[in-house]
Write a protein that binds this ligand. Structure first.
Ligand SMILES: [Zn+2]
Length: 450
């Protein structure tokens, strides 16, 4: 089984790709202008921030960056595209022939290119009386498309790969969401000879489901000696099945032509000038090697925040890795969600000093914990009362459970019932724990049963 992915990620720019319209408008069709609607005479100009993000990603995936790049028009008719063409890149994308080291397995990256998103179509009304509404706010929002070679070999691996890749992308261009809502993937999957494309799957979970469905479907077809057609399918999120979509067009059918309203951009020099920063996964690897901490722990640290990793490293230098890791994972990380915004240099210095004194044996673990809590949550009664690790969190969970006796049954029927409990626990603990901690703990408790 071979899987290749075409991954679309919205770039977090303030304005659209070729016009000054904002990218965060809520009311439908409130952020539109003659350029993103393709009115006659409108002249696009390229958003430099979008180009720079594209180049950062091309470098992240070790792509070759050409000397010059330009944009092309991909012509097709659909109501989400008022211009009747999408501005994208065909020849000379911002990056080609890259590589992503997926936990020791090299996954080849065919290309990285920039393009604009079309508008959004919403279908409303009862079956038989449906109508479609178009919102052009999304039209012109910058996207990066990352195309892999078919180097992935099963659905679970594809999901893990995409998750790792998103960790790196988030950090490199400053994305804030985890990709479950915003990443869209076209999956190419072949069990036998013929390749099937499942278009436009949203989020990691749906991608894995769509791939699993195709694996089973194609395997059955081949076993019963029926031909698997080369076709484009779509994923039905409600029914969790893939269905045939329109006939597969070939790239050549779109009749790409150069976009004459935009220029040719010298990107090699621009890419060379971009500073290279250590990515989360590289850092996780280095933390393992340099400080001898477990792989899972180092991944958890980088996933929480790179700033927390900085603090860990400073503490490890002032004391030793074991001491620093204990203080960071036992005390600090649970406060990190609300702490990272207002951790001033003075407080930071005192935290490092506490690590140093604890490392030298001048204070014991209880004193070190209590000093740190005093520094990072001085007015937090829950934090100071809780004494040992997660006791206050467990108490809060039990308290909420006792007033919701039916929740275990609800949870067995639908895991989303946990959200009700999580919300109440977050309210009760007033930010003393990170939401991840609360979510994990609540789920663990619900799984144990009444
Ligand atoms: Zn516009």
């Amino acid at each position: 089984m071979k899987i290749g992915l075409e991954i679309h990620v919205q770039l977090p720019t303030r304005s659209k790709m070729f016009c000054p319209c904002p990218t965060d408008a809520g009311t439908p069709n409130s952020a539109i202008c003659p350029t993103c609607l393709g009115m006659p005479g409108a002249r696009p100009s390229l958003n430099r921030a979008a180009l720079e993000m594209g180049l950062r990603l091309a470098k992240l995936f070790q792509c070759q960056v050409p000397e010059r790049t330009w944009f092309s028009r991909k012509t097709y008719f659909y109501p989400d595209l008022a211009k009747h063409f999408q501005v994208t890149q065909y020849e000379n994308p911002v990056g080609e022939h890259g590589l992503f080291d997926f936990r020791g397995k090299p996954i080849r990256i065919r290309r990285v290119h920039l393009e604009e998103d079309p508008g959004r179509i919403r279908r409303v009304g009862r079956p038989g009386e449906e109508m479609s509404l178009v919102d052009y706010n999304r039209s012109g929002i910058p996207l990066v498309e990352i195309v892999t070679e078919p180097d992935l070999s099963n659905p679970a691996e594809a999901r893990q790969f995409l998750s790792d890749m998103l960790t790196e992308i988030r950090h490199t261009i400053g994305l804030t969401d985890d990709g479950e809502q915003s990443v869209r993937v076209d999956c190419n999957i072949s069990v036998g000879e013929e390749r099937v494309e499942v278009k436009n799957v949203t989020g990691l979970k749906n991608m894995e489901r769509a791939l699993k469905f195709e694996l089973v479907r194609q395997t059955k077809m081949l076993r019963s000696k029926k031909p698997v057609l080369r076709e484009t399918r779509r994923f039905d999120e409600e029914r969790k099945v893939t269905l045939p979509a329109r006939k597969k067009e070939f790239e050549e059918d779109y009749g790409y032509i150069g976009e004459p309203d935009l220029g040719v951009y010298n990107i090699r020099a621009m890419a060379d000038a971009l500073d290279e920063v250590e990515t989360p996964l590289n850092r996780a690897k280095r933390l393992c090697d340099q400080y001898g901490i477990a792989e899972g722990t180092s991944r958890q640290l980088v996933n929480t925040s790179m700033d927390l990793c900085d603090l860990f490293e400073e503490m490890a230098t002032a004391s030793d890795p074991k001491t620093a890791l204990f203080l960071v994972t036992d005390v600090i990380s649970s406060y990190w969600a609300r702490l990272s915004d207002d951790l001033d240099l003075g407080t930071r210095g005192k935290m490092i000093d506490t690590a140093s004194r604890y490392g030298k044996g001048e204070i014991n673990d209880i004193e070190a914990r209590s000093i740190l809590r005093g520094l990072i949550a001085p007015d937090d009664s829950v934090g100071t009362e809780k004494g040992e690790g997660t006791q206050a969190l467990d108490d809060a969970i039990e308290a909420v459970l006792s007033s919701n006796p039916g929740i275990f049954d609800d949870y067995v029927k639908n895991e989303r019932a946990a959200n009700r409990l999580i919300g109440e626990v977050i309210g009760r603990t007033r930010g003393a724990y990170s939401s991840k901690e609360i979510v994990d703990r609540v789920k663990e408790r619900l799984q144990r049963g009444p």
